[in-house]
Design a protein around this ligand. Structure first.
Ligand SMILES: NC(=O)c1ccc[n+]([C@@H]2O[C@H](COP(=O)([O-])OP(=O)(O)OC[C@H]3O[C@@H](n4cnc5c(N)ncnc54)[C@H](O)[C@@H]3O)[C@@H](O)[C@H]2O)c1
Length: 317
C-alpha cells in the first residue's frame, strides 16, 4: 500500500518523501526531472531517497497517460500527494501553455486514474497566489479566488475545482492545500531566498519590488510538510486549507535578516512591482489548526539561518 508523491525530486516533494519514509511509509515518487531549474539539483534531492527502504522512483511525465496507466497498474497506490507542477508566477506570464498542460491536463490525468483505482485520499498542492490582488488580510479560505493575476494561479485554481468535480461525482476525498511562500534547505533556485543569498555572496544587485514594501508569509518547508502529512492521513471529503505561517514580514525585514545572517550588505535595484505580484500574502491558519492540528514552529530567522547553513554546506559559495 503506497503513497504516490508527484514532484518527488522537487523542493517540497523530496522533503515530504523523506518525512513519509522516516515514519515507515512506502512511497512511489514520480518526477520528470524537467530543466525549469537545474535537473542536477533534483537528482541530488532524490539521491538519499533512493538509498532508503520503501522508496521507488518512477521517472516520467504525468501528462503521459500510458506512463500513468502503467504506474497505477504496477503499484498499489492508496493515497496521493500531487505536488508536481510548473510552479512560478513570473514564468507563467511568458509561458502560459505549459501551465495548461502540466497543471491542468496533468492534474486531470491523475484525478481520473486516482478515481479508477479508488484512492482513499488525494492531496493537492495549491498556492496562496489564488487569492490575487486583495486588501483583505489575512487570507481566509472562503475569500474570493476568481481573479487570478497570472496563469500559474489560474491553473492551480483549476486543480482545486477539478478536485471538487471528482469529489461530487465520484465521492473522492480531495484536499487542496494552499501553500504560502515556502523556503528552506533544497529550496528552489528561482525563488527569492535563493536569489537574495546568491546575490549577497557574489555581490550582485538585488531587484526589489516597490521599495521592499511587499509582505510575504514565509513558511518553513518542514512546517509545510507537517501540514501535508496530516492532510494525507485524514480524508476530509472536500476541503481547501491554507498552510502558511500567518506572520508575514516586509521584504525590507527579510533583507535585513539575510544581511545579518551573511554579514553582507545588499545592493538594491528598486523597480515597480509587475502586475502579476500581489502586495501581500498572509494566511489565516485557523482552519488548518482545527482540521489538521497544524502548528507552524519555525520563525523566519531560524528557518533562514538553516537555509543559509544548508546552502553553504551543499551548494557552495
Ligand atoms: N515553493 C513554494 O513557495 C510554493 C508555494 C505554493 C505552492 N507551491 C506548490 O508546491 C508544489 C511543489 O513546489 P516546489 O517548490 O517543490 O517546486 P519544484 O519545482 O521544486 O518541484 C516540482 C517538481 O515537479 C516536477 N514536475 C513538473 N512537471 C512534471 C510533470 N509533467 N511530470 C512529472 N513531474 C513534473 C519537477 O521536475 C519538479 O521536480 C508545486 O505544486 C507548487 O506549485 C509551492
Amino acid at each position: 500500500m503506497a503513497i504516490l508523491v508527484t514532484g518527488a525530486a522537487g523542493f517540497i516533494g523530496s522533503t515530504l518523501s523523506e518525512a513519509l519514509l522516516a515514519r515507515g511509509d512506502e512511497v512511489v515518487g514520480v518526477d520528470n526531472f524537467n530543466d525549469y531549474y537545474d535537473p542536477a539539483r533534483k537528482r541530488a534531492n532524490v539521491e538519499p531517497l533512493l538509498k532508503t527502504a520503501g522508496f521507488s522512483l518512477a521517472e516520467g511525465d504525468f501528462r503521459d497517460t500510458a506512463f500513468l496507466d502503467h504506474l497505477f497498474e504496477t503499484h498499489d497506490i492508496k493515497r496521493i500527494a500531487h505536488l508536481g507542477a510548473m510552479g512560478s508566477v513570473r514564468y507563467s506570464v511568458k509561458n502560459p501553455a505549459i501551465y495548461v498542460d502540466v497543471n491542468m491536463v496533468g492534474t486531470a490525468n491523475l484525478l481520473e486514474r486516482a478515481h479508477g483505482v479508488g484512492v482513499e485520499n488525494f492531496v493537492f498542492a495549491s498556492t496562496s497566489s489564488v487569492y490575487g490582488q486583495t486588501d483583505k488580510i489575512p487570507f481566509v479560505e472562503t475569500d474570493s479566488t476568481d481573479r487570478p493575476l497570472a496563469m500559474y494561479p489560474a491553473s492551480k485554481k483549476a486543480g482545486e475545482v477539478m478536485g471538487h468535480a471528482y469529489h461530487n461525482m465520484q465521492g473522492m476525498n480531495f484536499t487542496a492545500l494552499r501553500f504560502f511562500n515556502v523556503y528552506g534547505p533544497k529550496g528552489r533556485p528561482d525563488m527569492m531566498p535563493w536569489i537574495v543569498l546568491e546575490s549577497l555572496l557574489h555581490d550582485r544587485e538585488i531587484t526589489l519590488f516597490d521599495n521592499g514594501e511587499m509582505r510575504r508569509d514565509w513558511t518553513y518547508v518542514s512546517d509545510i510538510v507537517a501540514g501535508v502529512v496530516a492532510a494525507i492521513d485524514k480524508p476530509l471529503g472536500y476541503e481547501v486549507i491554507n498552510i502558511g505561517r500567518g506572520q508575514p514580514i516586509l521584504m525590507t525585514e527579510f533583507l535585513d535578516l539575510m544581511e545579518e545572517l551573511t554579514g553582507r550588505k545588499p545592493r538594491i535595484k528598486a523597480v515597480p512591482a509587475p502586475a502579476s505580484e500581489p502586495k501581500a500574502t498572509f494566511a489565516l491558519v485557523d482552519k488548518a489548526r482545527s482540521l489538521l492540528d497544524y502548528d507552524p514552529q519555525t520563525t523566519v530567522r531560524e528557518g533562514l539561518s538553516r537555509f543559509v547553513d544548508w546552502y553553504t554546506r551543499e551548494v557552495g559559495r
